[in-house]
Write a protein that binds this ligand. Structure first.
Ligand code: ATP
Length: 336
């Protein structure tokens, strides 16, 4: 055990993700159960700069485990990129007497946490920071899983299942754009789960003839009269893809972009459970006297990794699911 931790801050930053509230709740309840006071920093790093905070007790996090979004609000904060901005944040940490901060968010949020902790060290002080990965994109290199991914998949699936009903009736082609500017996890999981005719992801350079035209033609030959193309934001625009399908195959696809709907909603069982475990572990890690750590899932187990090292990690995109998708959806008798 390290020095006794007396008071910690917790914040959510970057894009929101279902399950962030469950993580905040776990941090607060674990801290309070161990005699540690908890301060909620609102609106991400900007809350530290602007002294925007709230004292959290056990009841302040009642009835939030089932709520999407984040009760602490979230934001992106340009000023925090600048050492002068972080100096203001350091002043707030000092004023509040924070021994540690649990930051819930993505890679950027963790880079901010590390920069803050280093700057505090340069001033001869100490602030332990712990990161909890939460983003619907599942694109954090050091962790196999990030809070919010499962809920976002289920939301997109529900939306596409509804589309499928009307597409079947009208014998149409749909192009659905799901979130994922740099990562195709959401598109690939969702595409596999709905039995999409084609899935386009940023990790696989798109060959339009091979990946779209040929797949729709095969499906048509197999007797299918409706087609579903799922595209990750980062692999192309759904509208442009629809236009190309129209020009090259002569059918008239309908485009659906669920957009931010994918970021909301009640967190799934998996996200509530993962968030609860990660929040609990974040506080335990601080109590062990460890700082600058990220709570991460590695080889199916939850653990804590050195933040600096974790930020250099990349996770290899698992193309085996793409092979499964191709085998079961486009293997000649293509029907979704
Ligand atoms: P998402 O996955 O939703 O994009 P994220 O945590 O990666 O989440 P960012 O917008 O990249 O989101 O980062 C959140 C905030 O963290 C930024 O607005 C900024 O305040 C801070 N931040 C990001 N990178 C740095 C950095 N290199 N140094 C200091 N602060 C940073």
């Amino acid at each position: 055990m390290g020095d006794k931790i007396r008071r910690i801050g917790v914040l959510t930053s970057g894009g929101d993700a279902p399950g962030m509230n469950a993580a905040v709740r776990a941090v607060v309840r674990t801290a309070i159960g161990n005699g540690i006071e908890c301060i909620g920093i609102r609106r991400g790093w900007s809350g530290l700069i602007n002294s925007d905070f709230v004292r959290l007790d056990s009841t302040s996090v009642s009835h939030i485990i089932n709520r999407g979004g984040t009760i602490l609000y979230t934001a992106r904060c340009e000023e925090f990129l600048d050492p002068a901005g972080r100096d203001k944040a350091i002043a707030t940490c000092k004023l509040l007497g924070l021994d540690g901060i649990v930051a819930i968010g993505g890679d950027g949020t963790f880079r901010g946490a590390l920069a803050l902790s280093r700057q505090v060290a340069e001033r001869g002080q100490k602030l332990d920071v712990i990161g909890i990965p939460a983003t619907i994109d599942n694109d954090i290199g050091c962790s196999y899983y990030t809070i919010g991914f499962d809920t976002a998949c289920n939301t997109a699936i529900e939306c596409i299942d509804k589309l499928r009903d009307t597409m079947q009736s009208h014998e149409r082609c749909s192009v659905v754009e799901v979130m994922g500017r740099h990562a195709g996890y959401l598109a690939l999981y969702v595409g596999t789960a709905v039995g999409a005719t084609a899935v386009l992801i940023p990790e696989r350079p798109v060959d339009f003839e091979r990946d779209v035209v040929d797949k729709i033609r095969r499906a048509r030959l197999a007797g299918t009269t409706h087609y579903m193309v799922v595209v990750a934001e980062g692999a192309g625009s759904a509208f442009e893809i629809a236009t190309r399908i129209h020009d090259e195959i002569g059918i008239d696809p309908r485009v659906t972009v669920p957009g931010h709907i994918q970021r909301g909603g009640a967190p799934s069982a998996r996200d509530r459970e993962t968030a609860s475990r990660m929040g609990y572990m974040a506080v335990q890690t601080l109590m062990e006297g460890k700082g600058n750590r990220i709570i991460a899932v590695q080889r199916g187990r939850l653990g804590d990794l050195d933040m600096e090292e974790a930020l250099t990690m990349t996770k290899e995109f698992d193309m085996s699911l793409y092979a499964v998708l191709e085998a079961v959806t486009n293997g000649g008798s293509s029907r979704f």
